[in-house]
Design a protein around this ligand. Structure first.
Ligand code: ATP
Length: 378
């Protein structure tokens, strides 16, 4: 399959029995784009990737490469490269032979095979290891071989399924940079599956956030970071403080919210009628510990309970008189038992409609409201 200018997923769905693992996925991917599919375990990320790869037939919708319908083609006719979490290398073949394998299958001429194999090995910086067997390499090096094996075929699309999840934290960071560098130098269109929001934010041009097989939001890292579409996305984007509350009256751009003894002013996202069950969301780094200066409209008194040292900053957990636990990041040296006055800028406190009924098996309080992260024992 030759190169394309857009890849279009139209209403793509995959059902297992009565269960929609993926539903109504609409996505247009431009040439050279790096797309991350992000979401918690079981949200349908791998299903989406496998549908794209042709490893799993669709049960709804279609996939188009420009004007050609490709979801009807077998995987080998799509010309996509795949990189998996478990590397899937041939253990008895050298690095070089692993990388060259696909070219050999395609009966590429010897000089071209040599040239392309050398180039791919150079790109992933494995020149010195080319004659080793996979078993003699570290996890990161093995993943480089897997990447070289995919890019050597000059695929029109590279699909990566949690390629870094078997690596330790330091290697993960290194390989992340490596993947970004390769993407920038080769301009390969990439779809990358991960449950790690940091990885997705740092790598992707656009993110697709999935939950229960449905798209929650598609946007640039900045859009998702500053303006998550609902509280599930916010939760995933590091808004660790999710406070169940009730929406009150609007005043200008802001909306009053109230819950567990707190009365706050927040920035509403989407439709939030007065009286609606809501969730107010804020990141730990946007909860400030006031130092003598008068707090704004969102003054909160709390007692420090847990302090965790994290380099230049502390991760602090404080509890209000009403029992709300707040996660804070601060440069101030606080200690358990300290009384603090907190403040949150109105534009950093987002208010979403709760629009949520706890599903079977999910924790809910006596009123049937979901129990939100960080509030389990509140
Ligand atoms: P993870 O990060 O854990 O791999 P995921 O987001 O990739 O999760 P999928 O593997 O796409 O999730 O699975 C989505 C849903 O579809 C899950 O509820 C899963 O149990 C279900 N599912 C996936 N494959 C099958 C299958 N072959 N048969 C039945 N159900 C399946």
């Amino acid at each position: 399959m030759t190169s394309f200018s857009t890849l279009h997923l139209r209403g793509v769905g995959r059902r297992f029995g009565k269960h929609d693992a993926l539903a109504d996925l609409d996505l247009e991917i431009g040439k050279g784009e790096f797309i991350a599919l992000l979401g918690p375990s079981g949200c349908g990320k791998s299903t989406a990737l496998n549908c794209l790869a042709g490893l799993l037939p669709l049960t709804a919708g279609s996939i188009w490469q420009d004007d050609t319908r490709i979801d009807v083609l077998p995987p080998e006719k799509r010309g996509f490269g795949m990189v998996f979490q478990n590397y899937a290398l041939f253990p008895h073949l050298s690095v070089r032979r692993n990388v060259a394998f696909g070219l050999r299958m395609r009966r590429v001429s010897k000089p071209e095979l040599n040239r392309r194999t050398d180039e791919a090995i150079r790109l992933v910086r494995l020149e010195e290891h080319a004659h080793k067997l996979p078993g003699q390499l570290s996890g990161g090096q093995q993943q480089r071989v897997a990447i070289a094996r995919a890019i050597v075929l000059e695929p029109s699309l590279v699909l990566m399924d949690e390629p870094l999840s078997n690596l330790d934290a330091k290697l993960r960071l290194e390989m992340r940079t490596e993947i970004r560098r390769l993407h920038q130098s080769l301009g390969l269109t990439t779809v990358y599956v991960t449950h790690d929001q940091e990885e997705a934010l740092s790598l992707a041009d656009r993110l697709v956030v999935l939950r229960d097989g449905r798209v929650q939001q598609i946007g640039t890292p900045e859009q998702l970071h500053t303006r998550p579409a609902n509280w599930h996305v916010a939760d995933f984007m590091g808004y660790r403080n999710l406070l169940p509350c009730t929406a009150g009256a609007r005043s200008g751009e802001a909306v009053a919210v109230e819950g567990d003894g707190l009365r706050l002013l927040a920035s509403p996202v989407g439709d939030l009628p007065e009286g609606a069950a809501a969730v107010a969301a804020v990141r730990p780094e946007d909860v400030t510990v006031t130092e003598g200066s008068p707090a704004g409209p969102n003054r909160i008194e709390a007692t420090v309970e847990v302090v965790e040292y994290q380099g230049r900053e502390l991760a602090v957990e404080a509890r209000t008189a009403g029992g709300t636990r707040l996660h804070i990041r601060t440069g101030r040296r606080l200690a358990p038992g300290d009384e603090v006055v907190l403040d949150i800028a109105v534009e950093r406190l987002l208010a979403f409609a709760q629009q949520y009924t706890a599903r079977a098996g999910e924790p809910a309080d006596t009123a049937g409201r979901p129990v939100l992260a960080g509030q389990e024992t509140a």
